[in-house]
Design a protein around this ligand. Structure first.
Ligand SMILES: [Fe+2]
Length: 451
């Protein structure tokens, strides 16, 4: 260990420039949202291994998390017309989200009240909600419309057979559902989160990319791989000359947390000092196997040049783009809203969602969406692209260079699950600061399950 590392360790933070000091070099006035610091104040965390492997723990999560939490179900733009519907499934739950009126979205348990067939299997548009099995039919507001041969059901009263509702809320162009009718509103649940996104309104984006893939690990193993930059050193070593991995800032609030990882600043792990041109190359060509795409003029940093180039690119699509900071153009602001929603801030367009794959604690569904700004009429949202079991993220060329980075991320995950299943050590241990988003998340899980 070098003495610089020793110094840093006594302060509980990495050597190298802090994120707040890096903001001092920005060419634009820095907004309050970037200046906030809210580090987790919780004792060291140990998480039992069986939370990732046990069928009984999965069942507990269904009861205490999936049946009780606000979850992002779809985008509002996916149900623009009355009668449009989407199906959101998590574990064994299936929820039908319906545009019931021009300005009204409703959601119901997606189960026929006759013999329990799922009413809809896919997204679509229909004037009524009709079960394909015997034709029981509901209105878009969930009231019972028709039972074929109603004479045979004198014991079924219309009022008792409305579709059981699920709570609905919207934020940022997303539709959220919560099966718990007693739960506080989405607005209460999100708390300060919307104020963080005031400069980056996600409702003014459209869903340009949506890729889904089944991974051979528990859903928490997968999402926790996207909640810290501690793994960059070993998992993405090609990024080090242009990423301040260990200089990331981690903050937590009530239902959500965020990490900010700076780009265009070298990793403290490097044992050499990259030039500003090296940093620029690392930002513009993440695999360093092509010629530099930009040459840095004298007296400018890579962050300043790329910040300005990004503002020029964004300006036709985003009003006020020239007021955005270099930080908002370049850095990674990755939020996590408990339990499984990960929207990115500023003008990085990523959103992730992670879910269990049915009731299997050893598999999950990872989804990547890109929410792009647009000009004029909103482009239609893309269809979801499900990767086949033998396909990796490079089989979704719409992901661009990040497909290769995501492949690096998920390369570890099946092996993590296998290691967990081997049962060698009972508790996972987490870093105090760099894994504080994960630690905070587990506090929320503990609260949900009453631990
Ligand atoms: Fe990564």
């Amino acid at each position: 260990m070098t003495s610089a590392e020793n110094d840093a360790n006594s302060a509980g933070r990495s050597a190298g420039i802090s994120y707040q000091a890096l903001l001092d070099t920005d060419t634009k006035p820095v907004p309050a949202v970037l200046r906030m610091e809210s580090p987790a104040q919780i004792p060291p965390s140990f998480v039992p291994r069986d939370q990732y492997t046990s069928q009984a723990f999965h069942a507990l999560e269904v009861e205490k998390v999936w049946k009780k939490s606000w979850q992002m179900a779809c985008r509002e733009e996916e149900i623009p017309e009355v009668g449009d519907h989407q199906v959101y499934e998590v574990a064994s739950l299936s929820i039908l989200i319906v545009r019931a009126a021009e300005d009204e979205i409703r959601a119901f348990h997606n189960v026929c009240l006759h013999r329990s067939r799922k009413i809809k299997q896919h997204a679509g548009r229909s004037e009524m909600l009709r079960c394909p099995f015997h034709g029981w039919t509901w209105n878009l507001d969930g009231s019972l419309q028709e039972i074929p041969c109603a004479w045979d059901f004198p014991h079924v009263k219309d009022a008792d057979y409305a579709l059981p509702p699920v709570q609905v809320g919207t934020w940022g162009g997303f539709v959220f559902v919560n099966p718990d009718l007693e739960a506080a509103s989405l607005e209460d649940y999100l708390g300060e989160l919307p104020s963080h996104f005031e400069r980056w309104p996600l409702e003014k984006r459209y869903k340009a990319v949506h890729v889904a893939r089944v991974l051979p690990c528990n859903w928490k193993v997968a999402q926790e791989a996207f909640m810290e930059a501690y793994h960059v050193l070993s998992t993405h070593p090609q990024l080090l000359q242009g990423i301040g991995d260990t200089n990331s800032q981690y903050d937590v609030w009530d239902s959500f947390s965020r990490a900010i990882t700076p780009n265009g600043t070298p990793s403290p792990h490097l044992d050499w000092e990259p030039s500003e041109q090296d940093s620029l190359d690392a930002m513009t060509n993440r695999y360093l196997d092509e010629d530099p795409s930009m040459v840095l003029p004298d007296g400018m940093t890579g962050r300043q040049l790329l910040g300005q180039a990004s503002r020029v690119q964004l300006a036709p699509l985003v009003p006020g783009a020239f007021d955005l900071t270099d930080a908002e153009m370049l850095d990674s602001f990755y939020y996590t809203v408990f339990p499984n929603f990960h929207p990115w801030g500023a003008y990085n367009k990523i959103t992730y969602r992670f879910r269990p794959h049915g009731d299997d604690p050893h598999h999950c569904i990872m989804e990547v969406m890109y929410l792009n700004p647009y000009r004029g009429k909103r482009p239609p949202p893309c269809e979801i692209h499900w990767l086949a079991p033998d396909e990796d993220f490079t089989h979704a060329p719409e992901l661009g260079f990040l497909g290769r980075v995501f492949n690096q991320d998920v390369f570890n995950l099946g092996s993590v699950q296998e290691g967990l299943r081997s049962g060698v050590h009972e508790n996972l241990v987490f870093a105090n600061y760099q894994e504080s988003k994960i630690r905070h998340w587990h506090r929320l899980l503990d609260r949900a399950i009453g631990a």
